[in-house]
Design a protein around this ligand. Structure first.
Ligand SMILES: Cc1cc2nc3c(=O)[nH]c(=O)nc-3n(C[C@H](O)[C@H](O)[C@H](O)COP(=O)(O)O)c2cc1C
Length: 228
């Protein structure tokens, strides 16, 4: 038996993983960046095969990881976590640094960054796991804390889209999907749906200063939609 609620007990951080160069750079939000060996310092990053960034990492053989701050701006999450670099230039207007390998590094909402050269790529099915040797690591702001996935979900009320490796279809979360009294609320600006059946908290109980995790619109702008 698999109780999918147990999967929410596994801890993660949240990062922007970038690749490319100063001509065409791109990145995506990831909760699956983790250290796999200490000598040499080696990390893994799990990237959906359909992500535009996967193409860039394969081409350039390197990637950067920006460690996000607890107070990451909703625009950063919306752009890097819900839009594809195929349709939009995510880097315009941002504070970008270029690493020794030439990959872009996003400094906005970041407290530290790491840079890697890919030494192995493992096909894990829907995703590619890019194993990288650490070649540079710097702290940007030592006074702030790193954003965790738990904080993102419970305090920022954020969700992960289907191509995140830790996405869980709501039909698997039995206890919640049985209750038909859950409602849905839609963001008028970006169309994001807050679906109470997959959240830990009712929409009305969210704090007044809660904002859309995708585009940053106010909670008061949301409207209820048909619960289909
Ligand atoms: C909280 C959160 C966690 C995510 N984690 C991952 C991840 O670990 N791996 C992944 O491939 N996509 C993950 N995603 C989804 C990508 O960030 C998203 O599909 C992005 O738009 C891909 O951008 P790209 O096509 O420009 O590369 C996550 C998204 C969010 C919001």
């Amino acid at each position: 038996m698999i109780n999918f609620e147990a999967l929410f007990k596994v801890s993660y951080g949240l990062y922007i993983v970038c690749s490319g160069d100063n001509n065409k750079g791109n990145g995506f939000i990831s909760n699956t960046v983790f250290q796999v060996t200490s000598e040499p310092p080696r990390f893994a990053s799990c990237c959906n095969k359909g992500n535009y960034t996967a193409e860039l990492i394969k081409k350039h053989g390197a990637y950067s990881v920006s460690v996000l701050d607890t107070n990451v701006s909703p625009e950063i999450v919306g752009t890097f976590g819900y839009k594809s670099g195929r349709d939009t230039d995510k880097m315009t207007g941002l504070n970008i640094k270029y690493g020794g390998t030439g990959v872009p590094i996003v400094l906005n909402s970041a407290i530290a960054f790491l840079e890697f050269k890919v030494v192995q790529t493992v096909d894990v099915g829907t995703h590619l796991m890019f194993i990288g040797d650490l070649i540079n690591a710097e702290i940007i702001d030592d006074t702030k804390d790193p954003l965790t996935y738990l904080y993102y979900r419970q305090v920022r009320k954020g969700v992960a889209p289907k191509n995140a490796p830790t996405y869980i279809d709501k039909s698997k979360l039995e206890s919640k999907s049985k209750d038909i009294s859950f409602k849905k609320f839609k963001c008028p600006a970006c169309g994001y749906i807050y679906d109470e059946s997959t959240e830990l908290i009712r929409f009305k109980k969210l704090p007044d200063d809660w904002v859309c995790p995708v585009c940053g619109s106010d909670k008061s702008d949301f409207f209820e939609v048909d619960n289909k």
